[in-house]
Design a protein around this ligand. Structure first.
Ligand code: AMP
Ligand code: TRP
Length: 439
């Protein structure tokens, strides 16, 4: 180990010297070093304290397949050497904060599963990473939708991101359809994605079954659009609920296939970065209030199966009062015959921010009748400041429009760059000069 690092440091010193002399060999040498040490992820952490910048280099064994990444320690920005890049060998590797991208569909209102599985971790990690959060409205039309409510649902979802704690000064918030590169890259990726990869997608099979005869091509193609969403931003991490793991694996497969097919010449930089899933342990799968074995979802017909983030205290209480329970005594987490108990304890733990042990000590011996009002109270207390902030944000239209315009502008910059790289790698003839405007 020590020997390997001495060799690596020596290589880096020589490479930096060559780079200073303007020699592209320096860049290639750095790339070689990163490749040789491919069993390790070398991370540089930069800490700014009292106006002094300190660099700390650490190494970690790299995982081979999709592994949940662990949020980096102590709020120090996690830095990465970006792999995605152009088609030449002259550019230098870009050193930047790890980038996070995620999104939620604006189909109806957001629920506790979206919040605990996804949005809450976007918020808690936003100081650490370079964040891009979009409202994925193009995904919302993959099932039959109502044009009258799409734009309202979209703006409400964006307001909800901010109400849940996404701070636009730290994170970019935008609407997917405002950044046209998403649709365009999806088409390019469609043409290199084998149909049988999509036929394996569990979510497609489940949703197609629900939609009966009315299944559009978009539903089948949805994971390719999701791959485009992620790959456009060279995202390192994608915080999602457990149900999206398979789509993340597919995204990595598509990125690898594209890179292998179009960027395999010596010296060519890869177009796409392979992202990692960021999946929390608690809240990764919030289940229906009516059936502890199926996921809480926006599309379930019965509104009593979910807690919407905008439900009033009365509605929350009555949904929890009427939720499915069992005939066992007391409450326990790990009894496979008690999925409802596990789900409600998970929710209680998540909204009270306590450990499993603390929760069991407090409520383990309670009956359902005593536990349910306690749970309702905890959920209401957790959601109430979010609902309050939501109303404020919704009333300030100018503010929200500005947030979304800034988000789009920042997103366009990165997305257009990656799209350009992808088109160049595939051999498209790109315009050389700006097009003249029609009079
Ligand atoms: P969707 O509502 O399908 O757009 O999902 C948006 C995000 O919420 C994704 O990251 C999902 O994994 C997450 N999510 C959706 N439903 C649940 C659930 N019941 N439990 C945990 N996470 C969920
Ligand atoms: N498919 C995701 C879901 O239904 C939503 C989504 C679309 C997404 N594009 C994304 C999530 C990109 C993360 C990153 O939950």
């Amino acid at each position: 180990m020590k020997f390997q690092f001495c060799v690596i440091s020596l290589h880096i010193t020589i490479a930096l010297a060559l780079m200073l002399l303007g020699d592209s060999l320096g860049y290639r040498l750095i790339k070689e070093v990163l490749k040789t040490s491919s069993r390790y992820t070398i991370t540089t952490q930069v800490e700014v304290r009292n106006n002094a910048v300190r660099y700390k280099r650490t190494s970690r064994l790299r995982q081979s397949s999709v592994e949940d990444a662990i949020a980096d320690d102590e709020g120090i920005p996690a830095i990465t050497v970006a792999e995605g890049g152009g088609n030449g060998s002259t550019g230098f590797p870009e050193v930047r904060r790890k980038r996070v991208l995620s999104g939620v569909q604006p189909t109806g209102s957001l629920h506790l599963g979206n919040y605990l599985g996804a949005i809450r971790q976007w918020v808690s990690n936003q100081d650490t990473y370079d964040n891009y959060f979009c409202v994925v409205d193009l995904h919302a039309i993959t099932a039959p939708h109502d044009p009258k409510s799409l734009s309202r649902d979209t703006i409400q979802a964006a307001a909800m991101y901010v109400a849940c704690g996404i701070d636009p000064s730290k994170s970019k918030v935008f609407i997917q359809s405002h950044v046209t590169a998403h649709s365009e890259l999806a088409w390019l990726l469609n043409c290199i994605t084998p149909i049988n990869w999509l036929e394996r997608m569990i979510q497609y099979k489940e949703k197609a079954l629900k939609q009966g005869d009315n299944v559009g091509v978009g539903l089948f193609d949805y994971p390719v659009l999701m791959a485009a969403d992620i790959l456009l931003y060279q995202a390192d991490l994608v915080p999602v609920g457990e149900d999206q793991r398979q789509h993340l694996e597919l995204t990595r497969d598509i990125a690898r296939r594209f890179n292998d097919q179009f960027c395999n010449k010596r010296g060519k930089r890869k177009t796409f970065k392979e992202p990692n899933a960021l999946i929390v342990k608690e809240g990764a799968r919030v289940m229906s209030l009516q059936d502890g074995t199926s996921k809480m979802s926006k599309s379930a017909e019965n509104d009593f199966s979910r807690i919407n983030l905008l439900d009033s205290p009365d509605v929350i209480s009555s949904k929890i009062k009427k939720c499915k329970t069992d005939l066992f005594k007391g409450l326990e987490w790990d009894n496979p015959d008690r999925p409802e108990a596990k789900n409600l304890l998970n929710i209680y733990q998540a909204v009270t921010n306590r450990s499993k042990e603390e929760v069991l000590r407090e409520v383990g011996s309670m009956s359902w009748g005593t536990f349910k009002p306690l749970l309702a109270e905890a959920v209401i207390a957790h959601l109430s400041p979010i609902q309050h902030r939501y109303r404020e944000v919704m009333q300030d239209e100018a503010y929200l429009s500005k947030v979304l315009a800034d988000g789009k502008e920042a997103a366009d910059l990165i997305a257009d760059q990656t799209l350009g790289w992808a088109k160049t790698a595939m051999g498209f003839y790109l315009p050389k000069a700006p097009l003249k405007l029609l009079k």
